[in-house]
Design a protein around this ligand. Structure first.
Ligand code: SF4
Ligand code: SF4
Ligand code: FES
Length: 286
């Protein structure tokens, strides 16, 4: 039997996951239980530091007695429930979701997307060349990060990170409706004319690379971005007394981006502009 731990001691619930009895603490989601049991359920809009949005539905599973498929990332486990993750219906639904997403957005920098498309035998091409792509150029209007909305799956994670869930800056929102819906700043202005404070917390949560560090964007464009050659070192930001944790991603002895551990109890992966982007002086060796 698998037992999922969520840190704080809580009452345990027992339910059936793919025919096996599992125990999870009260409050755990079906996804938490799946991950503890080593089951690989695809997720895109789920963020470990954000409230579930239920936007993408790529994580759906079947729950006995439920008329519709349920999103594993947000549905809390209940005692006695029977969950099946690999039924034909659940797998077919994940496949169609992947096809719809991959036909309308460029998933080339979405970690694991290619693997899932293969596993579910998804065929995004069947929607033809008229699929609702934005077909627009990346927006490069500042030195710190790039917005490439051709890669956006409208998962809203950036909006939530910028808004009430973390940054409370509300610089970005969803503009338009239906096929015209897109993430934008007010009046669709350049970022430099917006309320953005360049904390990069939206970049931290973006699952597709639609938002990416300028350094990463330029290196990918030049063909020099190589994650296998990068090291990650977590250290403490020296700019102020809060003591945020910074994870420095280093390639060829240069810092190429800065992230922050999501399990840090103070910052939960969030930083300010200084910690996130203010590292150039470290490598000014001239
Ligand atoms: S960098 Fe920070 S302030 Fe700017 S849009 Fe992203 S989350 Fe909002
Ligand atoms: S820019 Fe990224 S985080 Fe924001 S909605 Fe698009 S895919 Fe999601
Ligand atoms: S990951 Fe569960 S709905 Fe998107």
């Amino acid at each position: 039997m698998t037992v999922t731990s969520l840190g704080i001691p809580r009452r345990l619930l027992e339910f059936t996951l793919d025919g096996q009895e599992v125990r999870v603490p009260e409050g755990a989601t079906i996804l938490d239980a799946c991950r503890a049991a080593g089951k690989d359920i695809p997720t895109l809009c789920h963020g470990d530091t954000l409230t579930p949005k239920n936007a993408c539905r790529v994580c759906v599973v079947e729950v006995e007695g439920s008329r519709t498929l349920v999103p594993a990332c947000s549905r809390r486990a209940e005692a006695g429930m029977e969950v099946r993750t690999q039924t034909e219906r659940a797998r077919h639904s994940r496949k169609v979701v992947l096809e719809l997403l991959a036909s309308s957005a460029d998933l080339s920098t979405t970690p694991r997307a290619a693997e899932w498309i293969k596993e579910y035998e998804a065929k995004p091409d069947r929607f033809g060349p008229d699929a609702a792509r934005l077909n627009e150029q990346p927006r490069i209007d500042n030195e710190l990060y790039v917005r490439d909305y051709d890669k956006c799956i409208l998962c809203y994670k950036c909006v939530d990170a910028c808004g009430e869930q973390w940054q409370n800056t509300f610089a970005i929102s969803v503009a338009g409706r239906g096929f015209d819906a897109r993430i934008a700043v007010e009046h669709d202005a350049p970022l430099t004319d917006s309320a953005c404070v360049y904390c990069g917390n939206c970049v931290e949560v973006c699952p597709t690379g639609a938002l990416s560090f300028r350094s990463e964007f330029e290196m990918r464009r030049a063909g020099t971005w190589d994650e296998s050659a990068q090291t990650e070192t977590t250290t403490v930001c020296a700019y102020c007394g809060v003591g945020c944790n910074l994870t420095l991603h280093v390639q060829d002895n240069e810092i190429v981006k800065v992230t922050s551990p999501h399990d840090n109890p103070v910052t939960h992966g969030n930083l300010c502009i200084k910690g996130r982007f203010g590292y150039q002086h470290v490598q000014n060796r001239g």
